[in-house]
Design a protein around this ligand. Structure first.
Ligand SMILES: NC(=O)c1ccc[n+]([C@@H]2O[C@H](COP(=O)([O-])OP(=O)(O)OC[C@H]3O[C@@H](n4cnc5c(N)ncnc54)[C@H](OP(=O)(O)O)[C@@H]3O)[C@@H](O)[C@H]2O)c1
Length: 343
C-alpha cells in the first residue's frame, strides 16, 4: 500500500499567486501504459504566468493543476510498462499537472535523465530546452558561421537558445534589459537593450546585411522589425506574444494575428521565411512521431548540458507549497533563469 500523500497546487480561477490552493489526497495509481513520477523538480514557466491571468491560448477550464514540465523518479509502473523503469530519474513535458508531488503520465512520454545531471538542473531545460533546440535546429536550421538575433536572450528559453546556438558555431545578438548585459557579454553575446533606443537600428549596426534568423517571443508590432531584419534566406521564428500578457480581451486574437502575418509574409514573393513555432504542433497528427522527436531533441539537450555547452540557470528554489513566492519572483522581471519548485 502506498503511504505517501499527494500534494498538488490548484489554480482555481483568475487569481493572484497567493490565492493558489494546496490540495492533499491519495497518490494516484498508474493505469495501463502509465507510470507514477514522484516529483523532484518542477518550475514556473511563462505559460503559468499567462494561465493565472486566463491568457494562455490553450489552457483547460479552471480549476486545474498547472505545471508545464517536471523531473522526478518513477515510483510505480502500470501494466505493460517495463518494471525496470521504476527508480529511474525521468523528465516529462505535460503542459498542465506538473505542480504536484506525484504525477501520472504515459510511460511513452518520459525521457530518462542521464547520470550526473541533477533534477533541478534537468528541469531548467525541459520545456525551455526542447523549445530552444527545435526552433534552432528544426525550424531555423542554423549553421556554423551564421548570425542570429535572440529576443529575451537571458530568459528561460532565450538563455538555452543562445548557448545551443553558440555550441553550433553561430554568432548571437541578444536583446535584454541592461541588467543582463554583463552576463550576456561574458557569454560572447552582443547585447542590445530592448527598453532603450531603436533596437532595429542597433542590430543593423552589428549586422548590416541582416541576420540569418530571428527568434521572437514578444509578438506585437515589433514582430515587423524582426521580419525586416532578416537577411535573404533568413528565417523568422515567432513563438509567443509576451507583449500581450497583461492585456484584456481575447487570448487567442494575438496568436491569430501573428499567424495571419506569418501566412502573409510567406505568401509574398521573397527569399525569407516565417513560421510560428508551437511545441505541441504535430501531436494531434501523430503521437508516436511527436514523442520520438521530443525524446530525440531532449536527449540532445541533456547531452549539451553534460558536455557543459549549456549551463543550467536556476534563479531560485522554493518548496511546492511556497508556489506564491515562486510565482511572484518569476513574474518580477528581475530574475535570470528558471524558478524551480521542489517537493
Ligand atoms: N511556442 C511555444 O511552443 C513556446 C514554448 C515555450 C515557451 N514559449 C514562450 O517563450 C516565451 C519565453 O518564455 P520563458 O519561460 O523563457 O520566459 P522568461 O524566462 O520570463 O523570459 C522572457 C524574457 O523576455 C524578455 N522580454 C520581455 N519583454 C521583452 C521585449 N519587449 N523584448 C525583448 N525581450 C523581452 C525578458 O527579458 P529581461 O529580463 O531582460 O527584461 C525575459 O528575460 C514566452 O512568451 C512563452 O510563452 C513558447
Amino acid at each position: 500500500m502506498n503511504t505517501e500523500e499527494l500534494v498538488e497546487v490548484v489554480l482555481p480561477g483568475k487569481v493572484e499567486p497567493e490565492e493558489l490552493q494546496v490540495r492533499r489526497g491519495a497518490v494516484p495509481d498508474a493505469g495501463p501504459g502509465q507510470v507514477v513520477i514522484r516529483m523532484e523538480a518542477t518550475g514556473v514557466s511563462f505559460a503559468e504566468q499567462q494561465m493565472r491571468r486566463g491568457r494562455y491560448y490553450d489552457q483547460p477550464p479552471f480549476p486545474f493543476v498547472p505545471g508545464y514540465d517536471l523531473v522526478g523518479t518513477v515510483v510505480a509502473t502500470g501494466a505493460g510498462v517495463p518494471p525496470g523503469l521504476a527508480g529511474t530519474l525521468v523528465a516529462a513535458l505535460v503542459k498542465v499537472g506538473g505542480w504536484a508531488s506525484h504525477v501520472v503520465v504515459d510511460a511513452a512520454d518520459v525521457v530518462a535523465v542521464p547520470e550526473g545531471i541533477g533534477a533541478a538542473e534537468a528541469e531548467t531545460v525541459v520545456v525551455n530546452g526542447i523549445t530552444a533546440w527545435q526552433m534552432l535546429h528544426r525550424e531555423a536550421r542554423v549553421r556554423a558561421g551564421q548570425t542570429i538575433l535572440v529576443h529575451g536572450a537571458n530568459g528561460g528559453v532565450g538563455s538555452v537558445l543562445v548557448q545551443l546556438a553558440q555550441a553550433a558555431g553561430v554568432t548571437v545578438i541578444g536583446t535584454a534589459s541592461a541588467r543582463h548585459h554583463d552576463t550576456l557579454r561574458e557569454r560572447g553575446v552582443v547585447p542590445i537593450d530592448y527598453r532603450a533606443g531603436d533596437v532595429a537600428a542597433r542590430v543593423r549596426e552589428v549586422a548590416p546585411g541582416g541576420v540569418d534568423a530571428v527568434f521572437d517571443h514578444v509578438g506585437g508590432p515589433g514582430i515587423v522589425d524582426s521580419w525586416r531584419l532578416l537577411a535573404p534566406g533568413g528565417t523568422l521564428v515567432a513563438y509567443g506574444t509576451a507583449s500581450t500578457r497583461d492585456d484584456q480581451g481575447s487570448k487567442q486574437w494575438p496568436v491569430v494575428k501573428l499567424l495571419l502575418r506569418v501566412w502573409l509574409w510567406n505568401a509574398l514573393p521573397n527569399r525569407r521565411r516565417a513560421c510560428f513555432y508551437n511545441i505541441w504542433a504535430g501531436r494531434a497528427l501523430s503521437k508516436d512521431r511527436f514523442r520520438a522527436r521530443l525524446r530525440a531533441d531532449l536527449t540532445q539537450v541533456f547531452a549539451a548540458l553534460r558536455r557543459g555547452d549549456v549551463t543550467p540557470q536556476i534563479a531560485a528554489r522554493f518548496p511546492l507549497t511556497h508556489v506564491a513566492e515562486a510565482m511572484r519572483m518569476a513574474e518580477s522581471g528581475t530574475v535570470a533563469g528558471k524558478v524551480v519548485l521542489t517537493p
